[in-house]
Design a protein around this ligand. Structure first.
Ligand SMILES: NC(=O)C1=CN([C@@H]2O[C@H](COP(=O)(O)OP(=O)(O)OC[C@H]3O[C@@H](n4cnc5c(N)ncnc54)[C@H](O)[C@@H]3O)[C@@H](O)[C@H]2O)C=CC1
Ligand SMILES: O=C([O-])CC(=O)C(=O)O
Length: 317
């Protein structure tokens, strides 16, 4: 199993690369990024970070070889490619403000990846996530089952972490689903939230649950406000978890950005829905039942992603 991470000289990419290696399910991780000029000097961030990370192998005890490069020849034959290349937002920006700059980056990266790995599976992380996943799919020429976006695992992880703190339980025991676009219109689903099988509403007041839902929806923005740039530990780990489910053919069910063809009443866009992940990529979109309020929130989220898609079309013209 060969896994390429593009943008791996940056925060999310390097975290994804290291997490993949630490989980020890791949033979090789190729870390790709641009070379950086500073006056007369040239720096190689992906090479440097990958070398540093490889030197943790004897300490952490993994065998996956990490290797950094700026040459796509080195990505040849990748089974899975994770795209984190692009610009992160700064305080005061929305994810959609990154659309025009990141669309061109994601398009060009995708073209170079599939030129060397025509059968690869692509996991997109760059923002705005649902639109960048569409850009990668279009640029790749791959079936939609092989191109997907990472956001739902991160959003559910935040929601579960907040619940675990409030309830003083292990985060391991919380299961939940969040649908919709990766933005403030995401749709956390309390009806599908349980703690070791116990429905969440039996354990927490509506008031506290609603406050946690609202915090999870703007969880990315909270971190941008604290750090001046966006998060990377949980995003990188989430992308690695998707790669692991695919590599190990696990049939795991996760919320991921997937191409809809009528599911949940919508078609012709990428948006977060529960999917089954295995060696095929997305083998199935898992249709869960939504009540009228949940469907309305999902419809609103679809409308917000469609607005960003219209902006994309204008920009790409
Ligand atoms: N889907 C999600 O849930 C999340 C998405 N993100 C997004 O991930 C992206 C990366 O974020 P960070 O790692 O924090 O940013 P970063 O600035 O630390 O790293 C981005 C890297 O991409 C590289 N890059 C830019 N253009 C490239 C190109 N054409 N080819 C190869 N590499 C290129 C840069 O050199 C840089 O090293 C951002 O767009 C951010 O908004 C971040 C967190 C969560
Ligand atoms: O907030 C951002 O810009 C990065 C991101 O998508 C997240 O952390 O959820």
């Amino acid at each position: 199993m060969k896994i390429t991470v593009v943008g791996a000289g940056g925060n999310v990419g390097s975290t994804a690369a290291l997490t993949v290696a630490q989980r020890n399910f791949a033979k090789q991780v190729v870390a790709i990024d641009l070379e950086k000029k500073d006056g007369e000097k040239t720096f190689y961030p992906a090479k440097g970070r990958a070398l540093d990370q490889w030197q943790t192998a004897p300490i952490h005890g993994f065998s996956t070889h990490l290797f950094g490069s700026s040459n796509y020849e080195d990505t040849k034959g990748s089974d899975i490619c994770i795209i984190t290349a692009g610009v992160p937002r700064r305080p005061g920006m929305s994810r959609d403000d990154l659309l025009s700059i990141n669309a061109n980056i994601v398009k060009s990266v995708t073209e170079q990846l599939v030129a060397h790995s025509p059968d690869t599976i692509i996991i997109v992380v760059s923002n705005p996530l649902d639109v960048m996943t569409y850009v990668a799919w279009k640029a790749s020429g791959l079936p939609s089952s092989k191109v997907m976006g990472m956001a739902g695992i991160l959003d559910t992880a935040r929601y579960c972490a907040f619940l675990a703190e409030e309830l003083n339980v292990s985060p391991k025991d919380i299961q939940c689903q969040i649908l919709g676009g990766h933005g403030d219109t995401m749709v956390p689903l309390p009806r599908y939230t349980t703690v070791s099988g116990i429905p969440i509403r039996q354990l927490i007041s509506d008031e506290k649950l609603n406050a946690i839902i609202e915090r999870a929806k703007v969880g990315g923005g909270e971190l941008v406000g604290l750090m001046g740039t966006s998060a990377w530990y949980a995003p990188g780990a989430a992308a690695a978890q998707m790669a692991e489910a695919i590599a190990l053919d696990e049939n795991r069910i996760f919320p991921c950005s997937a191409w809809l063809t009528g599911e949940f009443g919508h078609k012709d866009l990428y948006i977060g829905v529960p999917v089954k992940l295995n060696r095929q990529g997305i083998s199935e979109i898992v249709q869960i039942d939504l009540d009228a309020d949940e469907q309305k929130l999902f419809d609103d989220s679809v409308a917000s992603v469609r607005t960003a898609l219209e902006d994309l079309e204008r920009i790409m013209k």
